[in-house]
Design a protein around this ligand. Structure first.
Ligand code: CA
Length: 241
């Protein structure tokens, strides 16, 4: 692998009038990966289950909204959807019912595959002695087993929804990962796919690489503060190797 230093941001050239010359930290020693939409292609399942659970309540939830709200708690997304599309708040019963339906539909979806080249990328980073963390708002009970089986990430290197008081876009999740790695922020980078995840990482003061695996316009991620942007995980992998 080539040095991780001074890799210029080629991909910004795809954004009209928004070419940047910022470079990555010179000496990366830890990478904090978001999970949904970065390690796993799981967002299509969230998109499907949001659209179909809210439809039952007369809400035509656009696919893009699933990606814009990625990272919020389920109840928070339901409240936003009701207020925006029905001009009213949901009752407590409606919140619970929509969430229960979404959970039921999710259990019926096929398992999300690992995104291309992410296992290879994590392997390469480890070979270079770089610490690998996963920072996710998810609270799935099977999280640790899944990440261990697919990416050999140990439990102590996982920051989940159960570890934080305030989820993304609050900086707490990434600040916890930073504290656990014991390194200066200058030696850390984050990989995110969602605008609220990018906001969280930037608020934590960490260099943030965005990979646009979803359905949002690139500018949504750069406006959220991403320092670099890649169109997919294959190009992300190439940028490290
Ligand atoms: Ca994500």
């Amino acid at each position: 692998m080539q040095s991780l230093s001074f890799r210029y941001v080629k991909n910004y050239s795809t954004l009209a009038g928004n070419i940047q010359t910022m470079s990555r930290p010179q000496n990366i020693k830890a990478v904090f990966f978001d999970m949904d939409g970065v390690l796993y292609d799981s967002m299509p399942n969230h998109e499907y289950t949001w659209i179909h659970s809210l439809k039952e309540y007369g809400i035509d939830f656009p696919a893009e909204e699933a990606y814009m709200n990625e990272g919020r708690t389920g109840f928070s997304t339901i409240r936003i959807a009701f207020e925006k599309y029905l001009d009213r708040s949901p009752s407590r019963e409606e919140e619970k019912a929509v969430y229960a339906l979404k959970t039921k539909l999710m259990a019926e979806r096929p398992k999300a595959p690992v995104l291309p080249k992410m296992q290879e990328l994590i392997k390469v980073l480890r070979q270079e002695g770089i610490q690998v963390f996963v920072v996710t708002g998810s609270r799935q009970p099977s999280l640790v087993e899944k990440l261990s089986a697919h990416f050999e990430v140990e439990a102590s290197n996982i920051v989940s929804g159960a570890d934080v008081k305030q989820g993304k876009p609050h900086p707490e999740p990434y600040l916890i990962a930073h504290e656990r790695c014991g390194l200066p922020k200058e030696n850390c980078v984050v990989v995110e796919n969602a605008p609220m995840g990018v906001e969280s990482a930037k608020a934590a003061g960490i260099y943030t690489i965005a990979v646009n695996t979803g359905k949002l316009a690139d500018k949504v991620l750069t406006n959220a503060g991403a320092d670099e942007l890649f169109a997919d995980t294959k190009t992300l992998f190439k940028s490290f190797c």
